[in-house]
Design a protein around this ligand. Structure first.
Ligand code: PLP
Length: 400
């Protein structure tokens, strides 16, 4: 039996950011529509809405005009036909898994993806999905893990937390051999620097909590792809009920207005910080795709534009205590999880984003107890360099 069809076909017409007021002018900001339900003027209107003939709304779990406005903006940023926005980045990833994986199917996943995928993979295994984990550094040999039942390859590039680069076009060629879907989480790179759909991905996922929102004040997720994917993902979102609330959508729209400016500044700052750290005693295993010495630099030059993003990873001193002393001494750079915000954020993945993985899995692909992940913000770059220098001096770390 074919799966039930969504009851709301895709609406392709581009719409203005905000509806006209009764006076014929337009508010500069998309109104926040808090309504859960909408009164039908008559049954003909109900029919037109459910048949997708008019851009109407019925119930928040189905759709919301404030959310729809940001969906169109993120689709445009990613060069996608459309986009589905939901309550968090992990909700977006889980929607993708639930929509495209089947019991008996096989999911290829890189170790170097956001830590919560490990938890979701345990649920998927309970549902009969076979999961294989591969080191992102080994993408060249991915073909040996691709099987006839492989339904999806899910990756991040640059990866989380070690900023490894994966060649998306090469992965797509391997996926095509068995008709698997290639899904790229573009949260680290952001659409300012990288368009995975152009590189060969079928779908792009975002934690919009990060650089798209940009201010540490909202949680949201997004999946961008074709109109057909929109319909399928919309069906899942409507069914499981993870539609974003209108207020968060409005905050996200506000974040999107300055997103290119912030992304540009973060990348400029990050390059300067990475070049500086490369010369600092006490720092080792520095990974930033913008550094010529970085393993992924050549591929990143091909895949990324306008710079290389704001994310980097490195080891501090020799022990976790060294890394802790360094982080505790920082003043401008804040000790917190999350990334892509106006403030620079630093954390020890071993103790945070990867905490719930078994310890041997945390170190299986290069993360060490003293590895740190740095998300560079938009502060004056001199302040960031001075902060790093004073913290390294205070922490008295020696090179590994
Ligand atoms: C790369 C990446 N993808 C997805 C997620 C999950 O996003 P959220 O926290 O919005 O659920 C995160 C969270 O840190 C992330 O770093």
């Amino acid at each position: 039996m074919s799966p039930a069809k969504p009851n709301r076909p895709h609406r392709a017409q581009p719409h203005p950011a905000a509806p006209l007021t009764p006076y014929g002018n337009r508010p500069m900001v998309t109104p926040i529509v808090h309504a859960v339900n909408y009164e039908y003027l008559n049954f003909e209107v109900l029919r037109q809405i459910t048949d997708g003939e008019v851009d109407g709304y019925t119930y928040h779990r189905d759709d919301n005009p404030t959310v729809r406005a940001v969906e169109r903006q993120i689709a445009a940023l990613e060069g996608a036909e459309d986009c589905v926005v939901c309550t968090s980045g992990m909700a977006a990833c889980t929607m993708v898994y639930l929509t495209y994986l089947r019991a008996g199917g096989h999911l290829l996943l890189f170790h170097d993806v956001y830590g919560a995928h490990y938890k979701v993979s345990l649920i998927l295994e309970r549902l009969g999905v076979e999961v294989t984990w591969v080191d992102a550094a080994d993408w060249r040999t991915l073909a040996k893990h691709v099987k006839s039942n492989t339904q999806m390859i899910f990756l991040e590039t640059p990866s989380n937390p070690l900023c490894k680069t994966v060649d998306v076009a090469a992965v797509r060629r391997m996926a095509d051999k068995v008709g698997a879907l290639v899904v790229v989480d573009n949260t680290f790179a952001t659409p300012y620097h990288q368009h995975p759909l152009e590189l060969g991905a079928h779908l792009v996922v975002h934690s919009a909590t990060k650089a798209l929102g940009g201010h540490n004040d909202l949680m949201a997720g997004a999946v961008a792809g074709s109109k057909d994917d929109y319909d399928k993902l919309w069906f899942t979102r409507q069914a499981i009920g993870c539609t974003l609330d209108a207020y968060s959508a409005s905050l996200l729209e506000r974040g999107l207005k300055t997103f290119p400016l912030r992304a540009e500044r973060m990348a400029e700052n990050a390059l300067a910080v990475a070049k500086h750290l490369a010369k600092c005693p006490g720092i080792s295993n520095l990974r930033y795709p913008g550094l010529k010495a970085d393993e992924g630099h050549r591929i990143s030059v091909r895949q990324m534009r306008n710079g290389f993003g704001g994310m980097m990873a490195f080891d501090v001193g020799r022990t976790q205590d060294d890394a802790k002393r360094f982080i505790s001494a920082l003043k401008t750079i804040r000790h917190a999880v999350s990334l892509g915000s106006t403030e620079s954020l630093i954390c020890i993945p071993f103790l945070t984003t990867m905490l719930y993985m078994p310890p041997e899995r945390r170190t299986a692909f290069g993360v060490r107890p003293n590895s740190v992940r740095l998300s560079v913000g938009v502060e004056p770059v001199g302040d960031l360099l001075a902060d790093l220098d004073q913290a390294l001096r205070q922490a008295k770390c020696r090179r590994r």
